[in-house]
Design a protein around this ligand. Structure first.
Ligand code: HPA
Length: 246
């Protein structure tokens, strides 16, 4: 049976229905992983969970050891990853509270270890990354949302910024000009490392705020956290129903 992993910014143990009871011991040659990996007892399929910012949300996006995280999931024989990401919305349709399943990425990060094929651990190699997300997993999530009458937007280019600060208004205007719909800090190199390992990867994004400068007032960080907390109960319920069908 397929093994699947959920990588999320938040420690999902606090939500009902996922039963993240078993901690799985794992070690990576790339160093420390972000958090313990938990195996859920709630589903027929083996479903692993990892908190990419650590279980106490202390690891900044540029300091996440993406290679270690992905390598241990490969060791656990995971073949599909669903990433859960909170993002800023850059276009009218993607207001706070909207769920989006993106279909493209533009990477604006720098200085992150972003390949296993670095000529040190593995020989240098080019890979195809034209379409960064696993089509069948995206399609399944989109179909399931339709079945549950949950409104999700099934396209979107995710701009990956360095963080941990939010963007300036001028940076947001540039990201919009570049054709991005969403902005977040963690999808790269997570997505490309999954591709290098042959793991199917897709993302479900929760829009938590408008991009900086799209409203008159500065971004209200507390309001972002409040919205995420509120929406995450629904998102975890949706995910557990989806996972139960596998
Ligand atoms: N910018 C970058 N990352 C984010 C944002 C944002 O506005 N909101 C949530 N994650």
């Amino acid at each position: 049976m397929e093994k699947i992993a959920i990588i999320c910014g938040t420690d999902l143990r606090q939500y009902d229905g996922l039963e993240l009871t078993q901690s799985v011991s794992c070690e990576s040659k790339y160093g420390e992983i972000s958090s313990q990996v938990f195996l859920s007892d709630a589903f027929k399929a083996s479903v692993f969970f990892m908190a990419r910012h650590g279980t106490n949300t202390s690891i900044a996006p540029h300091q996440i050891n993406y290679r270690a995280n992905l390598e241990v999931l490969k060791q656990l024989d995971v073949s599909q990853i669903i990433a859960v990401n909170t993002v800023g919305g850059l276009v009218d349709d993607m207001s706070p509270g909207t769920w989006v399943i993106p279909d493209q990425i533009i990477d604006y990060t720098h200085g992150r270890e972003q390949t296993f094929f670095d000529g040190i651990h593995n020989p240098m190699q080019h890979i195809d990354f034209s379409f960064p997300f696993a089509k069948s997993l995206r399609d399944d999530l989109i179909k399931f949302a339709a079945l549950k009458q949950k409104s999700v937007i099934d396209y979107g280019t995710y701009a990956v910024t360095q963080g941990p600060r939010l963007e300036t208004a001028a940076e947001i205007a540039r990201l919009q000009n570049d054709g991005n719909h969403l902005v977040g800090m963690t999808m790269m190199p997570e997505a490309v490392l999954a591709r290098e390992l042959g793991i199917g990867y897709c993302s479900i994004c929760l829009v938590a705020n408008w991009g900086a400068g799209m409203e008159q007032q500065p971004l209200d960080i507390d309001a972002i956290y409040t919205l995420v907390e509120k929406e995450f109960s629904e998102m975890t319920r949706f995910m557990s129903e989806f996972l139960a069908e596998l």
